[in-house]
Design a protein around this ligand. Structure first.
Ligand SMILES: [Zn+2]
Length: 669
């Protein structure tokens, strides 16, 4: 009877399962196809509600449901905080359940955990961990960062341009002067390149680099040297249009001291008349600070880049094209592959957990473009289909390199996801519905400035809904200062509504005797609402929290009323049930592809699989101890021998009896 010695979870954030399956069958993902042919495909794997990142990855790492692990949405509301105050759910200190690797350590087993959300600071002792404070390495979503923003170590990406591009750094091209060691050229112009440290976790010392732009042989400007000073002897980069620089590790002076970061340049545009120049710089990616034990990062190979947000902001802003986005995505995946293969071959391990965020970023940017139902035009459709397919091909290369580093005869491998994704549907503003019903009031004098100050400082392009749509301004047509003395209920995060209760909430105005009446008014207002454009009711359910226990809502970390909108509404995922589908291939179901010793080969499992079933299934297959708060169950239907434990016991019993009998027969001496 085959048994696994090791377990591996490879997590993708928000893939569309239909596309994933189709690309694999078409040959675009040969390594995933091998797993499909040799494993069990879960056709109905449902993420918990809400279909959102931090709670669902936490469920996948603890086997516990949201009520138990207490990460109850993208953001978390601490009981006793004002009802409009939440913080991001990425702090391991707030997770109220044991991680699978903590349980494994109790049995002397060691783990490798890479870029797994809601696990920083690390709670492991003998294992190794890379990142986990955000969605990607060098991205930090600490509790004290307002709203849904994040910070980057050391800086997000930057575009220098002589033209106009949103949020880019404008530069002037002027005749070159005062250069040393400049190469021979017919003409030379220059530009100052001031570095902007964007969304930094800490202050970094200002500096300016220089571009020397050359017309090599009188046929037009064709070459850009990027230099740290006006000395071209050792340029950072020497580029023609469309070329990338090498990866450049450099030391920067930060408030905490010198910090090493790596980055690359790409010359996006240079007109032959020297009028137009566009130079892209990737994020300045810190090469340490996200490793446990601290110091581990120095051992790791620098293949690719530990990018915080690989190219998706740049493509939204029109800084880069799809081929460049694909190159950046590949750089991000190369880094994961380098780090994974190094750790898998240089560390003892029994359990491997990894999360890669690419698919989620992609669908927040182009889910609408690649769907016939929602695409603005055929050109966008074709353009982003290329990006979509490339992303999965690149992920397959990453998965392949990881699988090549492990012994598949003794490792059970699960490919899974926290939820799926769909195109953006209609608009439904729960806050506005409650305001119209007289349950939420704003102070009358909120001027434009005051209103602006009330929003958190991170802005998003207009057509992109931020993760989880927990942002209050997206729940109202106009959002100002709340009049708490007249506000009986408050909407929060993706699916929670609180009664503004006296004695519990700091600005509480509802007498506890009226609690049920107000909950009834909230539920009625949500059900009464009909979309004026379509005549459709967006609300799928609105429940008192006690009634939402069947969805695992309970305790003081969840709202008094829980509601869900239909898949025809809102952004890519979040406040919709995990069973929702929308458009051509929008699908919120999770990925479940299990393979390895003890797992059925080439089968489709039709039963519902819940994400809380993942941990007990891996524990069962690889003989790992079950974490303390685990609530899921083994997915027996994916196993070759669902009675593995019983049969193993009976075999041992038979062998023991045989041995005992032969010992009884043996002469005493
Ligand atoms: Zn997610």
């Amino acid at each position: 009877m085959p048994t696994a010695k090791k377990a591996m979870l490879l997590g993708l954030d928000a893939p569309m399962v239909g596309r994933f399956y189709k690309y694999a069958q078409e040959g675009a993902m040969p390594r995933v196809k091998q797993l499909l042919d040799n494993g069990a495909w879960g056709a109905n794997c449902l993420p918990p509600f809400p279909s959102i990142t931090p709670p669902n990855w936490t469920t996948l790492a603890t086997g516990a449901t949201l009520a138990t692990h207490k990460i109850t949405c993208f953001n978390v509301h601490t009981p006793g905080d004002p009802l409009d105050k939440t913080h991001q759910g990425f702090d391991s200190g707030e997770v109220g359940a044991e991680y699978i690797w903590e349980a494994a350590e109790k049995a002397g087993k060691k783990s490798i955990v890479i870029n797994y959300p809601t696990t920083w600071p690390p709670r492991m002792k003998e294992s190794v961990q890379i990142a986990g404070a955000g969605l990607s390495p060098n991205e930090w979503r600490a509790k004290d960062i307002a709203g849904e923003g994040f910070r980057v170590s050391l800086s997000d990406d930057q575009l220098w341009t002589s033209g106009f591009k949103p949020a880019a750094t404008d530069i002037d091209l002027v005749p070159a002067k005062g250069w040393q060691n400049a190469p021979q050229a017919k003409r030379a112009i220059e530009a100052e390149l001031p570095l902007e440290y964007r969304k930094p976790t800490e202050k970094v010392k200002d500096q300016t680099w220089y571009a020397l732009v050359l017309d090599s042989d009188g046929k037009g400007f064709d070459r850009v040297l990027v230099c740290e000073s006006k000395d071209a002897a050792a340029p950072l980069a020497d580029l023609k249009v469309g070329q990338w620089s090498e990866t450049l590790p450099r030391e920067f002076q930060a408030a905490s001291g010198p910090r090493k970061a790596a980055f690359r340049f790409k010359l996006m545009n240079l007109s032959s008349d020297g009028e137009q120049l566009e130079l892209y710089r990737t994020a300045l990616c810190a090469l340490a600070g996200w490793d446990y034990p601290a110091g581990l990062a120095a051992e790791l190979p620098l293949q690719g880049l530990p990018l915080p947000y690989p190219g998706y902001n740049a493509i939204k802003l029109g800084w880069i094209d799809v081929p460049t986005l694909n190159e950046i995505v590949e750089l991000a995946h190369e880094w994961f592959a380098g780090v994974a293969t190094y750790l898998l071959t240089h560390r003892e391990w029994d359990l491997y957990y990894m999360h890669v965020h690419t698919t989620d970023w992609a669908y927040h940017v182009f889910a609408n473009m690649i769907d016939a139902k929602t695409t603005p035009n055929d050109e966008e459709y074709q353009k982003y289909l290329v990006a979509d397919r490339f992303m999965y091909e690149s992920l397959d290369r990453l998965i392949g390199r990881i699988l090549d580093s492990v012994d598949l005869d003794e490792t059970v491998v699960l490919l899974t996801s926290d939820h799926g994704a769909k195109p953006t549907g209609g608009i439904f503003m729960a806050g506005q519905v409650l305001q119209d019903a007289g349950l939420i009031s704003f102070l009358p004098s909120a001027g434009e400035e005051e209103e602006a100050a009330h929003f958190h400082p991170v802005t998003y392009p207009k057509d992109v809904e931020p993760w989880g749509s927990g942002d209050l301004k997206l729940k109202f047509k106009k959002f100002g200062k709340i009049d708490w003395s007249k506000t009986k209920a408050m909407v929060q995060r993706s699916c929670h509504i609180y009664v503004n209760l006296k004695g519990r909430d700091p600005q509480g105005c509802v007498d506890p005797a009226d609690y049920e009446t107000v909950r009834g008014e909230v539920i009625k207002a949500l059900y009464d609402y009909t979309d004026p454009e379509t005549g459709v009711k967006p609300i799928v359910f609105a429940l008192r929290k006690e009634d939402a226990r069947f969805l695992n809502f309970a305790g003081e970390h969840v709202g008094d009323v829980i509601y869900a909108t239909s898949g025809d509404y809102h952004g890519q995922h979040g406040g919709q049930l995990g069973s929702e589908q929308y458009g051509e291939s929008g699908d919120l179901r999770s990925l479940f592809l299990l393979s390895g010793p003890g797992v059925k080969k080439g089968v489709t499992v039709e039963r519902t699989i819940w994400l809380q079933d993942v941990v007990p299934t891996l524990c069962y297959l690889a003989d790992l101890p079950v974490p303390e708060q685990c609530e899921g169950a083994v997915v027996y239907q994916a196993l070759e021998d669902p009675n593995q434990a019983l049969n193993r016991y009976e075999t041992l019993q038979r062998r023991y009896e045989k041995m005992r009998k032969s010992l009884d027969r043996a002469p005493m001496c």
